[in-house]
Design a protein around this ligand. Structure first.
Ligand code: C5P
Length: 219
């Protein structure tokens, strides 16, 4: 790791689904396991990088990785904004909730006796786009795209819209890959470069392949 391909680089990674509070005991979230982000953190550490992981779930990690635990998209945005200026590379692997509850209840919501309960939602900030629009010269920003169709079209759109240098796209309509699976299969898109498809494999191995592509791109 001392002499790995990312030796001396600072890498920031987000992982897992954000949790949007409904009240003190309940939240809205998604099926993201955080496995891909944790695998990327491990692979980056193995490649010699100084890794900071911002995650919503706790999993096993190398001791050298700094972990920042967050819950909501707003907390994740704050942590990313605090860390981003010191980073060479930012990988947004988190499944950020697109919406949050406007006014989470201060106390546990009780049954009202009525059949319906309405929760009013508002859009969350786009953390990747925020980082992408604030990046300076050397910083390299990587996003993910989980799609069920038109992978290449949506990935190219995300490169532009979010000012990302790389979009790692996976087809989540396949049960062998994506959310909660131990395996994944991705295609890597970069501006003005031919897309690279990495084969279906263990997320840990795939993470090493992704780190190799990132380190090749920043040289
Ligand atoms: O727009 P979409 O959600 O498909 O984009 C996925 C990418 O954008 C992922 O890298 C995800 O981490 C990031 N994202 C984000 N903040 C959001 C929504 C998505 O950082 N609010």
């Amino acid at each position: 790791a001392e002499h790995g391909s990312l030796h001396g680089k600072n890498i920031l990674i987000t992982a897992g689904g954000t949790r949007e509070a409904i009240d003190p005991v309940r939240y809205i979230s998604n099926r993201s396991s955080g496995k891909m982000g944790y695998a990327l953190a491990q692979a980056a550490a193995e490649a010699g990088a100084k890794v900071t992981l911002i995650a919503t779930q706790i999993r096993h990690l190398p001791y050298s990785v700094s972990l920042i635990k967050v819950e909501s998209a707003q907390e994740m945005l704050q942590a990313v904004q605090d860390q981003f200026p010191q980073q060479d590379i930012f990988i947004s692997a988190a499944a950020v909730s697109d919406y949050r509850i406007v006014h989470p209840a201060k106390e546990k919501i009780k049954k009202t006796g009525k059949n319906d309960l309405t929760l009013v939602l508002q859009q969350n900030p786009d953390i990747l786009a925020d980082a992408g629009s604030h990046k300076t010269g050397h910083q390299f920003v990587v996003g993910f795209a989980a799609e069920t169709q038109n992978l290449a079209v949506y990935a190219q759109e995300k490169l532009v819209k979010k000012h990302a240098d790389m979009i790692i796209a996976n087809d989540v309509s396949s049960t062998a890959s994506g959310f909660n699976s131990d395996q994944n299969q991705v295609t890597i898109f970069q501006n003005k470069k031919t897309a690279i498809t990495l084969p279906l494999q263990d997320k840990q191995k795939l993470a090493r392949g992704i780190m190799t592509e990132i380190s090749n791109s920043i040289q």
